[in-house]
Design a protein around this ligand. Structure first.
Ligand code: FES
Length: 173
């Protein structure tokens, strides 16, 4: 392991360039040896997040559990500081498998709005990684601390240049 990677594994923040992530694309990065997603959400994906038919199926629609560092990361149904750029630790809260990206509606179930589906035991999440009722996973997937260094570079691992939220951990990774 090179020194930069060794430091990142210990939890140092990582800068991720998202300039080439097209709308609808999912980028996989790494922080603290954990997989991190950056999903560039399209307008129609954002719209699904406030569909009554989806909201009534969510275990924690308002993101009240300790699965993001601060209320600012909740931002309504978006769970993101910038609605189009969603960032999450890509671990199912049941037994930490990496869920599959399943954006196409009606593919997992008839009512499926698009989101993430865990291949291990079937947990389902929406495009904000909020867990859906009937899933074995108890909580929404974690949103890590982060802030935008520029329009296209996000620093994952701390919530501001002062290092805020650096030591925050969710209830379940
Ligand atoms: S690990 Fe995802 S449903 Fe069990």
């Amino acid at each position: 392991m090179n020194p930069g990677k060794a430091i990142a594994a210990l939890g140092a923040p990582v800068d991720i360039d998202v300039s080439k992530v097209e709308p609808g694309q999912l980028l996989l990065a790494e922080w603290k040896k954990k997989p991190v997603w950056i999903l560039h959400r399209k307008d129609w994906m954002l719209k699904t997040l406030s569909e009554p038919g989806l909201l009534k199926r969510l275990k924690d629609a308002a993101s009240q559990a300790n699965q993001q560092p601060a209320p600012a990361y909740v931002n309504g149904n978006y769970r993101a500081l910038k609605p189009h750029m969603f960032i999450a630790v890509a671990l199912c809260t049941h037994a930490q498998c990496i869920p599959d990206y399943r954006p196409a509606p009606h593919t997992v179930t008839q009512w499926w709005y698009g989101g993430f589906h865990c291949p291990c035991h079937g947990s389902m999440y929406d495009f904000s990684a909020r867990v859906i009722e009937g899933s074995p996973a108890p909580l929404n997937m974690p949103v890590p601390p982060y802030y935008w260094v520029s329009d296209t570079v996000v620093r994952v691992g701390e919530g501001s240049p002062s290092g805020a939220d650096k030591s925050w951990t969710p209830s379940i990774w």
